[in-house]
Design a protein around this ligand. Structure first.
Ligand code: AMP
Length: 379
């Protein structure tokens, strides 16, 4: 009997997991609240509310292991599933990652540096928080925020009222705004037997708080690599984590501060499909199934470009011998992640290809910062 994997969430991450699973001979089924979730194009979909335990119970029938493509699965649903079928990562790990405050408290307990933060549940706490955290600062909802949503920056004490009016009413966290030199992520995988491995560090570029491009291996990362790996391993072991996860980090004056953890395969690891011996998607499936992990070793230099809102003309990228094209089969919508492309080769080959693409792009601002970061490596 082939093994069947159930995924809660049917977005592009589930879609790429299903494609990786198909190669391994796995059956993958997804559940999503949207009938047209893009993973349904490559895997059977159950359209159901995550709180509809009848539907979730039917979905779990005949499934060997359950995993997730997003972290905001209701905790009760994850627990309900875990009482019927193995669920990885475990629901407790998911719960910690759903709350920015609990997550940061855990990072601190584990000796992982974070931006200074304060919990905010009232305007008075916000005003007090500004004094302890300092300015500039960033006010975030503790739950359900992503891609810069549910966040407001504060430059002066006078900004507190407006920020509270805009976000107040739900639990919040105030963080110091780190004047980081760059944003780095580390994608790790931990198996059911505790085996642990990380991919090369990735440097990430954002536009309007959404990931626009990733470069891996992150240049000049020898000095921070050990710290990033130590943080990731410590966290994975403490949570008894199984599967792939991402740690998002700020590098500031040679130090690493942890921003957040994503308990799932991650956008900044898409380059691993073509740029590593085993992709994050395949390794996540291997981990949750208790199979041996594949090598995370990078194959040269990779740059991933995210397609946000709409997919551009594919031809210039397809004409690049090093180019790999991914269209998630979604309809266009502002701010939506609809596809990506990866260039993989030597640093100079990738840099040359990026320059050619940038010349013909509507938004060269997506590419030019990556070319600038690659330039010193080519001398
Ligand atoms: P997040 O949703 O926490 O990943 O935040 C989205 C983006 O906002 C990050 O990728 C950073 O570019 C920026 N950001 C978030 N928190 C901070 C912080 N404490 N200091 C500086 N920039 C931040």
């Amino acid at each position: 009997m082939p093994t069947t994997v159930g995924i809660l969430g049917g977005g592009q991450l589930a879609r790429m997991m299903a494609l990786a699973g198909a190669r391994l001979g796995l059956r993958v089924r997804v559940v999503d609240t949207a009938a047209d979730a893009c993973a349904s194009q490559v895997a059977p979909l159950t359209c159901a509310d995550y709180n509809d335990f009848d539907a979730i119970s039917k979905f779990a029938d005949g499934i060997d292991v359950v995993t997730f493509d997003f972290e905001n699965v209701p905790a009760d649903t994850a627990m309900f599933l875990a009482s019927r079928v193995p669920v990885f990562p475990n629901p407790q790990a998911l719960a910690v990652a759903q709350d920015r405050l609990e997550e940061k408290q855990l990072f601190q307990r584990l000796g992982m540096a974070t931006p200074t933060f304060a919990t905010v549940d009232s305007l008075e706490e916000l005003q007090a928080g500004i004094l302890t955290v300092g300015l500039p600062a960033i006010l975030k909802t503790r739950r359900l925020g992503y891609d810069g949503k549910g966040q407001i920056r504060l430059r002066a004490e006078a900004d507190a009222d407006a920020a509270w009016r805009s976000l107040g009413g739900v639990p919040l966290i105030l963080e110091s705004l780190v004047p980081f030199d760059r944003e780095i992520s580390v994608i790790s995988v931990r198996g059911r037997g505790g085996e642990f491995s990380t991919y090369a560090l990735t440097e990430n570029f954002h536009e309007h708080s959404i990931l626009s491009a990733s470069l891996s291996p992150a240049p000049r990362s020898e000095e921070i690599e050990d710290t990033a790996i130590t943080f990731a391993r410590r966290l994975a072991e403490d949570l008894d984590y199984v599967g792939v996860f991402a740690l998002e980090l700020f590098e500031h004056e040679g130090n690493l501060l942890v921003n957040e953890m994503a308990p799932r395969v991650h956008n900044s690891g898409h380059w691993t499909i073509e740029g590593a011996i085993t992709s994050q998607f395949e390794n996540h499936l291997r981990a949750v199934l208790g199979l041996p992990l594949g090598s995370t070793q990078a194959l040269g230099t990779s740059v991933m470009l995210n397609w946000i809102s709409e997919v551009p003309d594919a031809l210039p990228l397809l004409a690049e011998p090093l180019g790999h094209w991914h269209d998630y089969g979604k309809t266009s919508r502002p701010g939506r992640k609809v596809g990506h492309a990866t260039l993989n080769g030597s640093a100079s080959e990738v840099s040359d290809a990026l320059k050619r693409l940038s010349a013909g792009m509507k938004r060269p601002s997506q590419i030019d910062p990556v070319v600038a970061v690659l330039a010193p490596q080519l001398q």
